[in-house]
Design a protein around this ligand. Structure first.
Ligand SMILES: [Zn+2]
Length: 415
């Protein structure tokens, strides 16, 4: 492990060209006087998965990071930003949200918190409101929630369709999502459309046929809610393989409310991510551990439905790659806050603060099969967050406190 400053700054010893000061343009921007910098490169800094560098600096050129290292060794640049002893972390990568929706489900949440259990059918309420909304209303809602997330440090967002459930409404949702992010997921198979209540097989034919044809041009991913009351294993397989045949990559809502075939299916089809993973057998955990499928945990959903927590410790100890995400949606997890999810993961899912931070950044990137985000190393996108704290540990140590004070996205300060 290259832990000494000399090793860190020797290009022969590390792939990161941190000593190439002469290659840094004077017009670059150096953020200096960072108390602790999370790079997510274990070859840097303290040699842990977070690659923590103390008394650090980051140099940005255009939309990219070009240098990281100790503040005293930062190359000369025209622009210098003093971090004032704050911590800097990669921007959060929220790999699971449902932001193309309209309507309000406050009453449902209020009732559930008064003792009524969550049922997947609550989605129908949002479907009706979403169908009735204009394009402008839907787009404004996406923008509002993405800005809300950005203010809390999220710089990469995935979002899904799934509240239209007709050919036209699903394609519209994806087109609108694509105005705001590149990570767009086709979730026509969220629930069986109410229009097909008596013909679920007919709805699967629609989702894998004309709806897919209309939606595939707007999406990178295909997803399915594999769950009792939604789609069984065979139906989920049909949805995912049809999407893959159209060039979409798979991700799966798996094992959220009960044990089931979702995780095994995700692994079998090399899905990028199995999301939720709340009810897992030992065989499910073993399958994930021997796959390239990330387990994406969504503690906002368990919080908002008073459901049992997924056991992150069990997954991590088995060697599974774990991501944390918000699942931001109006029914079962109406939070856009990655810091809140980190705090829950540490308090209730037995993750360490370091693991939770990694999962909310590099883990999310892995769940989107991205290498350009979720880390702060030369060549990575300059997406970073300054915390009003000396360390990322404060995100769990000080739950609910608005610690995010600056957010840089693609090399520009946006918050
Ligand atoms: Zn979801």
């Amino acid at each position: 492990m290259n832990t000494s400053p000399a090793a860190r700054n020797n290009p022969a010893a590390t792939s990161a060209p941190t000593s190439a000061n002469s290659a840094v343009a004077a017009t670059a921007t150096a953020i200096v006087n960072i108390a602790s910098l999370v790079t997510n490169d274990p070859s840097l800094g303290d040699g842990t998965p977070l690659g923590l560098i103390q008394d650090a600096a980051v140099v940005i050129e255009g939309d990219r990071v070009v240098w990281v290292g100790e503040s005293s060794e930062a190359p000369g640049t025209d622009n210098r930003v003093d971090a004032g002893g704050r911590a800097v972390i990669p921007g959060f990568v929220d790999s699971h949200s449902h932001l193309v929706f309209a309507g309000d489900r406050t009453a449902e949440f209020n009732a559930r918190m008064s003792g009524r259990p969550y049922e997947a059918g609550g989605i129908r309420t949002t479907v009706a409101a979403t169908r009735a909304a204009t394009d402008a209303e839907l787009s404004a809602n996406v923008a509002r929630h993405m800005y809300e997330a950005l203010r809390q440090g999220t710089t990469t967002f995935e979002t899904k369709s799934g509240y239209g459930l007709t050919v036209e409404d699903e394609a519209r949702a994806l087109r609108i999502a694509g105005e705001h992010t590149d990570e767009v997921t086709y979730l026509g198979a969220h629930i069986v459309s109410p229009d097909y209540a008596d013909d679920p097989a007919g709805y699967v034919d629609l989702v894998t046929g004309p709806m897919l044809d209309a939606c595939a041009p707007y999406a990178r991913w295909v997803d399915v809610f594999c769950e009792k009351g939604a789609f069984d294993g065979d139906q989920a397989r049909a949805v995912l393989t049809a999407g893959q045949a159209k060039g979409l990559q798979a991700r799966v809502h798996a094992n959220q409310l009960s044990y089931g075939p979702g995780v095994q299916l995700a692994v079998e089809l090399d899905a990028a991510s199995a999301d939720h993973c709340t009810h897992l057998t030992d065989a499910d955990v073993d399958a994930l551990a021997h796959s390239s499928t990330v387990a994406t945990l969504l503690p906002g959903a368990e919080f908002s439905t008073r459901a049992p927590w997924p056991d992150a410790r069990r997954l991590l100890d088995a060697g599974v790659t774990v991501a944390l995400s918000t699942d931001c949606n109006p029914g079962s997890s109406f939070t856009s806050s990655m810091p809140f999810c980190i705090a829950l993961a540490v308090r209730d899912m037995r993750m360490t603060p370091d693991e939770a931070l990694w999962s909310a950044t590099a883990g999310g990137a892995a769940a989107l099969r991205r290498t350009d985000v979720g880390r702060l190393t030369p060549g990575a996108r300059a997406d970073l967050t300054l915390l009003d704290a000396p360390s990322h540990v404060h995100l769990a140590y000080r739950p609910g406190v608005p610690l995010v004070t600056e957010v840089w996205r693609k090399g520009l300060r946006t918050i």
